[in-house]
Design a binder for this molecule. Structure first.
Ligand SMILES: *[C@@H]1O[C@H](CO)[C@@H](O)[C@H](O)[C@H]1NC(C)=O
Ligand SMILES: *[C@@H]1O[C@H](CO)[C@@H](O)[C@H](O)[C@H]1NC(C)=O
Length: 254
């Protein structure tokens, strides 16, 4: 662990806030922010050590913990925006005496040149460009984003992915939109635009039922159909040669 990690950790921990559960309890079917169970619980001596362990295990995926002060039971959570069909577990459970603690997420700097803007959903922010017209193909979106000093959107955490769905739905609402995820090189091996492989956890919930299916054996680029949500949530794999809208993300290391 380098110093930056610990400084980030410290700033995150200082940003902890505690909320009464009654106010924040949300079911997965609601169209609102919710806290989702992201892993096995453990015993911690305090909400503080509970959060430290959650951050060290889950890094930026840890956005909240649910803590029971009587038993010391600590459950790691991520924030997301619903409704998300594939997810049925939201925490804390109705009727429990557990407390939800949010781990504050850093707000990224946002250079608004080229019509970028900062979007925030459920406490997670990203600096985005939402296309107003279609690009010719996936490669084309890459060069457009790159020319604007950005990259195609990377939805590698549950919170970021639902931020993308919510923002796309609210401000674009198109029926076809590229996101920075493809399996062009090795079929079935999806890679985000920051070169990170799609995690097993993300793989479980970002796709629509029956997707990705590599239909006609040439569907290698993820396609979001925001207009179908909340009726249907998640991505298709589509062809990379289609004209689609797209979302670019500007970040420090793009
Ligand atoms: C993608 O679109 C760009 C811009 O129109 C074009 O130059 C390029 O040939 C296209 N690539 C593919 C693989 O179709
Ligand atoms: C903002 O981004 C533009 C385009 O990438 C760049 O030319 C400009 O220098 C940036 N401004 C700041 C303050 O970083």
């Amino acid at each position: 662990m380098d110093l930056t990690f610990w400084l980030l950790l410290a700033s995150k921990v200082l940003g902890i806030s505690s909320k009464v559960r009654q106010f924040f309890i949300k079911q997965a079917s609601s169209e609102d922010c919710q806290t989702l169970h992201i892993g096995e619980s453990w015993i911690s001596h305090s909400p503080f050590t509970c959060q430290l362990r959650c951050i060290s295990l889950y890094s930026e995926n840890c956005q909240a913990v649910v803590y029971n002060s009587q038993t010391g039971n600590c459950t790691p959570g991520s924030n997301a925006f619903g409704p998300i069909g594939q997810i049925t577990t939201s925490i804390p459970e109705t009727g429990s005496s557990d407390t939800l603690y949010y781990v504050r997420q850093p707000i990224p700097p946002c250079n608004t040149t080229n019509n970028f803007a900062l979007y925030d959903v459920c406490g997670t922010s990203a600096c985005l460009y939402l296309s107003t017209s279609v690009a010719d193909n996936y490669t084309h979106t890459r060069s457009i984003c790159s020319q604007m000093n950005s990259r195609l959107f990377v939805g590698n955490t549950m919170a970021k992915f639902t931020l993308f769905m919510y923002t796309g739905k609210t401000y674009m609402n198109v029926d076809s939109c590229y996101v920075g995820l493809q399996d062009i090189d090795v079929e079935g091996n999806f890679i985000w635009e920051n070169a990170e492989p799609l995690s097993d956890e993300q793989n479980q919930y970002i796709w629509r039922l029956g997707e990705p299916n590599n239909g006609n054996e040439n569907q290698d680029c993820a396609d979001a159909k925001h207009a179908d949500w909340p009726f249907q949530f998640g991505l298709y794999d589509g062809i990379c040669a289609a004209k689609r809208h797209f979302v670019c993300e500007r970040c420090e290391h793009c």
